[in-house]
Design a protein around this ligand. Structure first.
Ligand code: GUN
Length: 292
């Protein structure tokens, strides 16, 4: 069997076009331009690259963005002051604090300060708490897990009643992905570094979400025939045939897994482009919520 490749780049592009069309309609109707404030603390190159991509996407979709770059040694008090200012600003609809923060800062306090109407990352304890509870709706769903579920739905993968296995329990991907899948009536197993006989657990998965950050970790013979494989990993491995000397691979051994799976996302071009597309969707939603 050769899996159907889920084209995240094309699906993300469709989401971006829908958002851009809605933004244009808002602006034609005299409503405020959805505007995202990004907060970057310190000089991590990866974080700076992600934030720059998020701002570029805002511009491409006709949305506004305001960037705040604070030094690595900023105090908790200064950072909290900025969040409060952004919460109060009528011109800002969404607030994104790029993670991870430097170790001296209290991430939980910062995230809980973001007003839930502006929490476009969906990381505030209130949004996550609502995601975890039956019959409650978060205002925003974290962007990467939201993108994973969107890809499954667009590909026509049945979720209700399926056994979903999530590899990784991070606050940003694994845990919210598991909560979303439970909300869609999947039976969910969350695996982590202490899980016993991981291959045996993964073999039970109708849906596998891999988010552990280990290159080519999941092998083809771990995959249940016909399963849907969503690979969140973005890992750089040496490759002498490339000019850069490296290439990106996922957490799943793609070449092996695609011979067994029913559906699979490639790396790059799978989940990656969805994170920013869903952030743009959330930022538009934030502006719509604040119209009222
Ligand atoms: N760091 C890694 N992924 C993310 C994300 O989706 N949002 C934020 N704010 N930080 C991240």
């Amino acid at each position: 069997m050769t899996a159907q490749i889920i084209d995240g780049k094309a699906i993300a592009q469709q989401v971006r076009e829908q958002v851009a069309a809605e933004v244009a309609k808002r602006i034609a109707a005299g409503k405020p331009k959805p505007t995202l404030a990004t907060v970057l603390v310190g000089d991590r190159v990866d974080s700076a690259t992600y934030v720059a991509s998020k701002q570029k996407a805002c511009a491409e979709l006709g949305m506004g963005s305001v960037s705040h770059h604070l030094p690595a040694d900023v105090s908790q008090e200064e950072l909290e002051k900025l969040i409060k200012k952004l919460n109060a600003s009528k011109k800002i609809h969404g607030i994104l604090v790029q993670l991870p923060l430097p170790a001296h800062l209290n991430e939980e306090r910062v995230l809980s300060l973001i007003s839930i109407e502006k929490d476009v990352d969906g990381f505030s304890p209130i949004n996550i708490g609502r995601l975890a509870q039956k019959g409650r709706e978060p205002l925003f769903v974290p962007c990467t897990p939201y993108g994973c579920i969107y890809l499954l739905e667009q590909a026509g993968v049945p979720i209700e009643g399926a056994h979903a296995v999530v590899l990784g329990r991070s606050n940003i991907v694994g845990m919210p992905a598991a909560l979303l899948l439970i909300g869609k009536n999947a039976t969910v197993t969350v695996c982590h570094s202490r899980t016993r006989d991981l291959p045996a657990v993964v073999r039970q998965a109708d849906i596998l979400i891999a988010a552990i950050g280990k290159a080519n970790f999941v092998r083809g013979d771990w995959i249940k025939p016909g399963a849907a494989v969503i690979d969140v990993g973005i890992n750089s491995v040496p490759d002498a045939t490339k000019k850069s000397g490296h290439r990106l691979v996922g957490d799943v051994h793609f070449e092996e897994a695609k011979e067994v799976a029913g559906w699979i996302t490639p790396v790059p071009g799978g989940v990656g482009p969805m994170t920013i597309a869903m952030l743009m969707k959330n930022t538009l939603r934030a502006a719509e919520l604040q119209d009222k």
